[in-house]
Ligand binder design. Structure first.
Ligand SMILES: Cc1cc2nc3c(=O)[nH]c(=O)nc-3n(C[C@H](O)[C@H](O)[C@H](O)COP(=O)(O)OP(=O)(O)OC[C@H]3O[C@@H](n4cnc5c(N)ncnc54)[C@H](O)[C@@H]3O)c2cc1C
Ligand SMILES: *[C@@H]1O[C@H](CO)[C@@H](O)[C@H](O)[C@H]1NC(C)=O
Ligand SMILES: *[C@@H]1O[C@H](CO)[C@@H](O)[C@H](O)[C@H]1NC(C)=O
Ligand SMILES: *[C@@H]1O[C@H](CO)[C@@H](O)[C@H](O)[C@H]1NC(C)=O
Ligand SMILES: *[C@@H]1O[C@H](CO)[C@@H](O)[C@H](O)[C@H]1NC(C)=O
Ligand SMILES: *[C@@H]1O[C@H](CO)[C@@H](O)[C@H](O)[C@H]1NC(C)=O
Length: 542
């Protein structure tokens, strides 16, 4: 560790260079930061310049979509990893002052890399929050304060460390950053009982576009509403979430059962669509669908794996399935009783003997080149529709689709309670993913396949608008474009992600960030100045 004094002198050295030579963007930024945040703890090791040997490994460390790491993709001038909240404030103030576009990254799982690539503006820099990852669980109060850079796996672990009957209803993939994850909703295997992560947020601390730290009381209910589901990086930088813990039983039950086409997969899946959204709220059965080889044969089949968590013991689960979904043929030997924290590992796909401490590594188990899309389904898809889907899956190298049941608590929360609008009437969500490992050669082909699949599914899914999950960012749905003077909104993605809540999000944005400091390819737009109701200084040009 560098002592504060030596690190300060290096920073100051950089400053003096910058003053005399019309320095680079990073140097100007550091100079500005040292007078706009707590400089006693500002160390050179917090800055990754393009010529640091560690720049590329660090840029790539949490980036999930390899498609956005290829050499032709724009690279940040600088990555700054703040060690203190005042430095997040300083980063906002200085990026604004110096006109360096800023992207914020927590867990790096953004499907379109919005947290680490700007295709709109250069220069840009990344504010990477991975060093701000404290978690303070208060079992007595059924709550926890979590810093944005923590992963959801760490959160689950820290809760389970203090209690085996408390949990939190967020994502299945344990390396998700809590900072970005909750801003888009955050669903997972106990959503049918408790709703989304964003439905269970009690308070937050953010840095706003003026560099001020605001908690719920200070930001007001409109902004507090907008940050819980309105998508990342449009309203401010989340420093902390205060979450509400939910009860889980000491024993839960999990299973995974696979049906292939030869085993009647199409009919079973048709039945699942009519059962999974209405069954006991303690039960979450998702379906993972992929092409597979037929045993002993060369031709392909479709494998549908029913992957489930039940908040209760095996006997009751077997009764529930026997009554509502006997077609699954679930037997006692298929099911496993375990603790909630071990169910987290099971659902995330870790081998059965993995110790929960693996969650503290905050590492991703999944990284490749991929393109994904989502749909919400409001009426069961007929068997003929499923058969057409199988045909398309056979055309692609490594496709995957995951179907997540809704209903239960998800239907009881109103569409406007938070910006996430996909509620009552939604039977399930589909995620389509195609991934590849062979670099960039066939990228266009894979993406084209995905777009055609999305077209094929249109008759079977939600319409007017066709809904999509904002946490599965999809730039095909439209992007904000920058021209000389301002950003123009390109398309209808706002209604697909947020339905009628989009209008309220635009109003909040116009009020809290009229100059559009927090912006990216699909950030919520502020209303153009000419259409605003002007009140004094608010109405200044941008
Ligand atoms: C393998 C994988 C599995 C997934 N599984 C699930 C799942 O089970 N459930 C689910 O709901 N979603 C899931 N997702 C989607 C996930 O919720 C989103 O990608 C989410 O945005 C990731 O948050 P992050 O912090 O890891 O990502 P980042 O890439 O760091 O951020 C995502 C977005 O939020 C912004 N942002 C990041 N940090 C902050 C902050 N502190 N304040 C304000 N804005 C911020 C970024 O600029 C970016 O726009 C999965 C994604 C992947 C890649
Ligand atoms: C990057 O290089 C600078 C200058 O050599 C050094 O002071 C700094 O610690 C390096 N940053 C990291 C993250 O290693
Ligand atoms: C077919 O495959 C099964 C396992 O998938 C194996 O047990 C069996 O011996 C195989 N039969 C033949 C004829 O290869
Ligand atoms: C959900 O919608 C259905 C049909 O539109 C309605 O009958 C039901 O009461 C609604 N449920 C809730 C909890 O609002
Ligand atoms: C601004 O727009 C004009 C006319 O469209 C164009 O010639 C010019 O290059 C643009 N400037 C920038 C900085 O994009
Ligand atoms: C840029 O966008 C603004 C807002 O939509 C529009 O008024 C202006 O005419 C556009 N300018 C150019 C050069 O296209």
């Amino acid at each position: 560790m560098l002592s504060p004094i030596s690190s300060l002198s290096i920073v100051v050295l950089l400053l003096s260079v910058s003053i005399t030579t019309y320095a680079s963007v990073p140097e100007n930024f550091i100079h500005c930061l040292s007078s706009n945040s707590d400089r006693s703890i500002l160390t050179p090791a917090a800055f990754y310049f393009q010529n640091n040997a560690t720049f590329t490994p660090f840029l790539e460390s949490t980036a999930q979509n390899l498609r956005y790491l290829k050499p032709s993709m724009p690279k940040p001038e600088l990555i700054f990893t703040p060690l203190h909240e005042s430095q997040v404030q300083g980063a906002v103030i200085c990026s604004k002052k110096l006109g360096i576009h800023l992207r914020v990254r927590s867990g790096g799982h953004d499907y379109e890399a919005l947290s680490y690539v700007s295709q709109l503006e250069s220069p840009f820099m990344i504010l990477d929050l991975s060093k701000l990852r404290a978690i303070n669980v208060d079992i007595e109060d059924n709550s926890a304060w979590i810093q944005a850079g923590a992963t959801i796996g760490e959160v689950y672990y820290r809760i389970s460390e203090k209690s085996n009957v408390h949990g939190f209803p967020a994502g299945l993939c344990t390396s998700l950053g809590i900072g970005g994850h909750i801003t888009g909703g955050a669903y997972g295997p106990i959503m049918r009982k408790y709703g989304l992560g964003a439905d269970n947020v009690l308070d937050a601390q953010i840095v706003d576009a003026n560099g001020k730290i605001l908690d719920r009381a200070a930001m007001g209910e409109d902004l507090f509403w907008a940050i819980r589901g309105g998508g990342g990086a449009s309203f401010g930088i989340i420093l902390w979430w205060k979450i509400k813990l939910v009860p889980v039983p000491p024993t839960v039950t999990v299973f995974s059962v696979t049906k292939t086409l030869e085993q009647g997969a199409t009919k079973v899946l048709y039945k699942w669509q009519q059962v999974a959204p209405y069954t006991d709220e303690d039960l979450f059965v998702r379906v993972i669908i992929q092409p597979a080889k037929v045993a002993n044969k060369t031709e392909r089949t479709v494998s549908t794996t029913y992957n489930a968590l039940f908040l209760g013991e095996a006997d009751r689960l077997l009764q529930v399935i026997q009554q509502s979904f006997p077609e699954l043929g679930l037997t006692k030997k298929d099911v496993l009783e375990t603790s909630w924290i071990k169910s987290v590992l099971y659902i995330a796909g870790y081998p059965s003997d993995t110790p929960p401490e693996v969650l503290l590594q905050g590492k991703s188990t999944f990284k490749n080149f991929f393109k994904a899309k989502s749909d919400f389904v409001r009426e069961p898809i007929p068997e003929s529709g499923l058969e057409g889907l199988w045909k398309r899956l056979f055309e692609e190298e490594d496709p995957l689709t995951i179907w997540n049941p809704y209903g239960g608590m998800m239907s009881k929360i109103s569409e406007s309670e938070i910006p996430f609008p996909h509620r009552n009437g939604t039977l399930f969500k589909i995620q389509y993913v195609t991934s590849w490992q062979d670099g960039h050669e066939n990228e266009a082909k894979h993406i084209d396949w995905m777009r055609k699949l999305h077209n094929y599914m249109a008759p079977y899914v939600s319409k007017f608008p066709r809904e999509a999950y904002v946490n599965y960012r999809d730039l095909d749905l439209g992007i904000n474009k920058k021209n000389n003077t301002s950003f123009i909104q390109a398309s209808a993605w706002g209604n697909m992600y947020f339905k009628n809540n989009f209008n309220r999000l635009v109003k909040v944005k116009t009020k809290v960030d009229p100059d559009n400091f927090f912006r990216h390819e699909q950030s919520i737009p502020a209303l153009p100045v000419s259409t605003r109701k002007c009140k004094g200084r608010r109405c200044k040009n941008n």
